[in-house]
Write a protein that binds this ligand. Structure first.
Ligand code: AHR
Length: 287
């Protein structure tokens, strides 16, 4: 696993371990603490242990070729979960199982274009709080969002800041930004994950900004605490990122062991919750 930076991430880990246990597989777990070198070291440890399979959540997109080649040479299949990776050589891993981050960005953008559709405002300014640099989740969330908002020429991203998916980092970065630039010009906050949004909500409260009204807030993940904020009107749209990869991983491993063909990409279903929908019907969250 890449780390424990969010409740989302903790649920992602639990979901995989739970489903592996149901199958009676022995799970060896390592936490990379958001450090790629450490994750590579963890993979080498598993290769040395001669495990039967590695399920791996990459912290960033690039830099995995050498260790994946070592796993391949050792005959250990690797399943990549959550974020995507980019390798120079093909067939270094069995499959990728995760969310469509681009679709998440599209959904976030769609909420904004719909929200301002009938507004007489001539310019709509967005502050984007990006997730960790060099990750497919942050890159695709930006790409998908920009693709949709660019259909309305009034809407523009005026600042794109990096919060690394971490609450305290986003809190500091947002506070510094509004101290230097003020917030009155910001119409929308687009935040790549709930943890960062929670940090920003604290700064908004301290600064007298009425979250969800003075600034429209769109956030990604769907943690229980954020659904409460949506119900309370403090955020406007929560784009779900599904952490429950476990069942898909389990099913893929079973199919693989039976000799069935495995697709290169397995996408997990996701939805969106917003103040335009029925907030009472949102299923309980386990993260
Ligand atoms: O890669 C998925 C993202 O990583 C989740 O949105 C976020 O909460 C986590 O840190």
């Amino acid at each position: 696993q890449s780390g424990t930076e969010s409740n989302w991430r903790k649920r992602h880990t639990e979901s995989i371990i739970e489903e592996m246990n149901k199958e009676g597989y022995e799970v060896l777990y390592r936490n990379g603490f958001m450090n790629q070198d450490r994750q590579i070291q963890d993979m080498r440890t598993f290769i040395a242990y001669k495990v039967d399979m590695i399920v791996f959540t990459p912290i960033v997109e690039d830099g995995w070729d050498a260790v994946l080649l070592e796993a391949k040479d050792a005959g250990i299949p690797v399943i990549v979960v959550d974020r995507h990776i980019r390798t120079a050589e093909e067939n270094l891993y069995l499959t990728h199982i995760g969310p469509s981050f681009k679709a998440e960005g599209n959904r976030a953008g769609l909420y904004i274009t719909n929200h301002f559709q009938n507004s007489s405002q001539t310019s709509i300014k967005i502050l984007e709080m990006r997730g960790l640099a060099k990750t497919s989740s942050a890159n695709f969330r930006s790409e998908g969002f920009t693709e949709v908002i660019s259909r309305d020429s009034r809407i523009a991203i005026v600042a794109s800041l990096e919060g690394d998916y971490i609450r305290s980092k986003a809190k500091d970065v947002f506070r510094n930004y509004i101290e230097e630039n003020g917030w009155i010009d910001i119409d929308v906050l687009y935040s790549h994950n709930d943890e960062m949004t929670l940090g920003i909500l604290e700064v908004m409260k301290e600064s007298g900004i009425v979250a969800g009204q003075d600034i429209i807030i769109v956030t990604i993940d769907g943690q229980a605490e954020m659904i409460e904020n949506l119900r309370a009107g403090k955020v406007n749209c929560v784009v779900e990122c599904n952490p429950n990869a476990g069942w898909y991983v389990r099913n893929t491993i079973k199919r693989y062991l039976k000799g069935n063909p495995i697709p290169n990409e397995i996408y997990m279903p996701e939805t969106v919750f917003s103040d335009k929908g029925n907030l009472e019907s949102i299923p309980p969250r386990e993260y």
